[in-house]
Write a protein that binds this ligand. Structure first.
Ligand code: ASP
Length: 325
């Protein structure tokens, strides 16, 4: 009997420790990784990017601190970044080699492991919300192109014309890429993503992108692929990735980081470091990830010059960074 009581005490102390280690809520955002250098930045551009990241943080924080869900925070924060022309997602999506805009997005619920994704959409201003609808209102995980847009209409989404996505910056980037005959995300960053932990201990992750400047039309990257660009599992972590998608798909980066925790008993920090600085770098891939472990502790890992990133949590720890580690 005494033994049993002692066990119960030890058990409750250790459970307590886990609980107090867990943040009430936590939110991390990214706005893409690449050759982000202070010398390429104007004060005006820096201010615009900061303002958008801050607005996205504030909106997500309001949801989470009010007891709302991590899925709502992820979707809301990403919508704000999609509406900003500064990022390669939604309004600011890059052009394909065929001078079209083809947008990809995905979202995942760490509690149920349910997920939704869309790829190659051309007439939807906020692909992250369409991905959420695929998750919540269809029996599928991923819808592509015309099928995704037909579903959007059925769900009451407004459509936008191709001119909505036209920005001088992205057009100029396409012209310079066409001259160099390359598709790239290395120097032209801006994919957006969010990971969140809510009051109920549920993790969520989402990612939205226009892909890579000068990509072939029909090319699909990692961002809408569950396990490559986005992954969330309450047992392990929530991850949103950005970078050269082909490498992230080949390594299933987001799920691989989760697997390091689940099967390798690693911390999120150790697993993310090994995958980004080890595996990704070894095969010549560039980019980064934002992540939260199941207690809401964040990781920001990248092998590029910089990554636009922002965070806030229930302990009042908040920040926005652009450059190096
Ligand atoms: N990962 C995105 C893609 O390959 C691009 C990026 O994150 O910059 O489509």
């Amino acid at each position: 009997m005494r033994m049993l009581l002692m066990c119960l005490v030890v058990l409750s102390i250790s459970t307590c420790r886990v609980d107090t280690d867990r943040l009430e809520w936590s939110l991390v955002l990214h706005g893409g990784a690449g050759t982000i250098k202070p010398e390429n930045m104007t004060p005006e551009k820096e201010a615009r990017i900061r303002t958008a990241l801050q607005q996205a943080l504030d909106a997500g924080q309001q949801i989470l601190s009010g007891g709302g869900s991590s899925l709502d925070a992820v979707e809301t924060s990403i919508r704000i970044l999609e509406d900003s022309p500064e990022f390669n997602a939604g309004k600011g999506a890059v052009f394909t080699a065929a001078r079209t805009n083809e947008l990809d997005a995905s979202i995942m619920d760490g509690k149920s492991l349910n997920a939704g994704a869309v790829t190659g959409v051309q007439a939807i201003a906020n692909p992250i919300s369409l991905a959420r609808s695929v998750m919540d209102r269809s029996p599928h995980v991923m819808l592509a192109g015309r099928g995704a847009e037909a579903f959007a209409l059925e769900q009451g989404f407004d459509t936008v014309g191709t001119d909505y996505f036209w920005t001088q910056q992205r057009w100029d980037q396409l012209e310079s890429r066409r001259k160099a005959q390359k598709a790239t995300s290395e120097d032209k960053h801006g994919t957006v993503g969010a990971v969140a932990l809510d009051h109920d201990g549920n993790l969520a992750a989402g990612t939205s992108t226009g892909g890579m400047t000068n990509k072939r039309f029909g090319r699909i990257g990692d961002s809408p692929i569950i396990g490559a660009g986005t992954y969330a599992n309450n047992k392990t972590c929530a991850i949103s990735a950005t970078g050269h998608g082909e490498y992230f798909m080949r390594l299933m980066i987001a799920h691989d980081i989760s697997a390091g925790i689940e099967y390798g008993n690693q911390s999120l920090k150790a697993s993310a470091r090994q995958v980004i600085q080890g595996k990704l770098t070894d095969i010549g891939g560039t980019g980064g990830i934002i992540g939260l472990d199941k207690n809401g502790h964040r990781v920001l890992e990248f092998n590029t010059m910089g990554m636009y990133r922002a965070w806030t949590d229930s302990n009042g720890d908040t920040g926005i960074l652009f450059y190096d580690k």
